[in-house]
Design a protein around this ligand. Structure first.
Ligand SMILES: CC(C)(COP(=O)(O)OP(=O)(O)OC[C@H]1O[C@@H](n2cnc3c(N)ncnc32)[C@H](O)[C@@H]1OP(=O)(O)O)[C@@H](O)C(=O)NCCC(=O)NCCSC(=O)C[C@H](O)C(=O)O
Ligand SMILES: [Mg+2]
Length: 307
């Protein structure tokens, strides 16, 4: 892929991923709730939230639900069981039948896993347009994050986003859960940098204590400051704080409009760098501004269509 193509992929403005809610596919009550929630994306989980002996039941319930529901503006992702499990083939059959926007692979540790799944999707016309998301949640996954992300460079790759899984990472490393995530931040940043190097979106990990919205807000603010696109969520109460923190602030929108207007001014035609109120503003800032305003347009369009 050329650098031009990569920069086109980078931070594609066409998708909002501030709030990525996960729902156990086995939980019919929670499934029914999803259509009324204001999250940007939904991950229907067949992996860790579904007991071993209920996987088939979960697949059945999920397919029924997806066939009979209108998810409208939400991106729809199915998290399947890992390629080496006995559930993988049946999960993939469900993915082909349900045709979600993306399939989420858990515990990815090697680029070959992504490539194998992309190859297997490539054989099926029904999978056209279907993208791949990868969970990075093990020490080997973190160490290989750049190599895994770089598998998105091949023209047939469908890799689109990373999601960090800190529960599995804490289990594997022995790092306890603590406010501020001090000893996990280096790993979060490593995954973020790997994703950005290859034009992927990147979603921060879940916050387990769904009643503590203050702690969630602090974690969202931290994730946003680190550069994440959004947060994986486990409970409806977490959606609003995530939309708020990962959405553009009023101040950021005003600044973006100022920069876009300044570069649109004929007086600045042909200039790559200008002075706005004593600050150096370059064309790259105009590109950032355009991306942010495109997101604002998406948020506004959604509010208009689904108030
Ligand atoms: C954590 C929960 C089991 C809590 O559920 P519950 O006890 O039902 O909580 P509430 O009574 O507060 O629920 C209020 C109503 O909201 C609905 N609900 C709850 N969660 C969801 C949801 N995720 N999506 C949609 N609707 C939801 C309840 O049904 C209640 O509805 P009603 O009765 O009609 O009022 C539960 O929140 C849950 O299961 N969450 C998701 C868990 C999950 O998906 N886990 C796997 C992903 S986490 C992960 O991947 C970690 C990662 O891999 C890593 O390693 O870090
Ligand atoms: Mg996990």
């Amino acid at each position: 892929m050329t650098s031009e193509a990569l920069s086109f992929r980078f931070h594609h403005p066409s998708r909002l991923r501030r709030s990525v809610l996960t729902v156990p596919a086995i939980n019919e009550r929670a499934l029914q709730k999803v259509t009324g929630l204001d999250c940007d994306a939904v991950i229907f989980d067949l992996e860790d939230s579904v007991a071993e002996d209920r996987k088939a039941d979960a697949r059945y319930k999920l397919l029924e639900f997806l066939r009979n529901s209108d998810l409208r503006h939400r991106e729809c992702i199915i998290r399947i069981n890992a390629t080496e499990t006995p559930h993988f083939r049946e999960d993939m059959n469900l993915v082909l039948a349900a045709s979600p926007d993306a399939v989420l692979l858990p515990k990815v540790e090697e680029p070959v896993t992504v490539q194998d799944v992309a190859d297997s999707l490539g054989e099926h016309a029904a999978a056209e347009g279907l993208r791949i998301w990868a969970m990075i949640e093990t020490p080997r996954g973190i160490l290989n994050a750049a190599a895994i992300a770089s598998s998105g460079r091949t023209s047939d790759s469908r890799l689109d986003a990373f999601v960090v899984g800190l529960n599995d990472l804490r289990k594997a490393t022995g790092i306890p859960a603590a406010p501020g995530r001090t000893y996990l931040v280096p790993y979060l940043m490593q995954v973020l940098l790997a994703a950005r190097a290859y034009g992927l979106d990147v979603i921060d990990s879940v916050s387990n204590d769904f009643r503590d919205l203050e702690a969630l807000s602090a974690e969202c603010a931290q994730g946003r400051a680190m550069g994440f696109d959004g947060k994986m969520l486990i409970h409806p109460a977490q959606i609003e704080p995530a939309n708020l923190h990962f959405g553009p602030s009023e101040a950021a929108i005003a600044e973006a409009r100022l920069v876009a207007d300044a570069f649109a001014d004929p007086a600045h035609a042909g200039l790559n760098v200008i002075n706005i109120d004593g600050r150096m503003i370059e064309r790259l800032h105009a590109e950032e501004a355009a991306r942010l305003l495109a997101k604002v347009a998406l948020i506004t369009a959604r509010k208009d269509k689904h108030p």
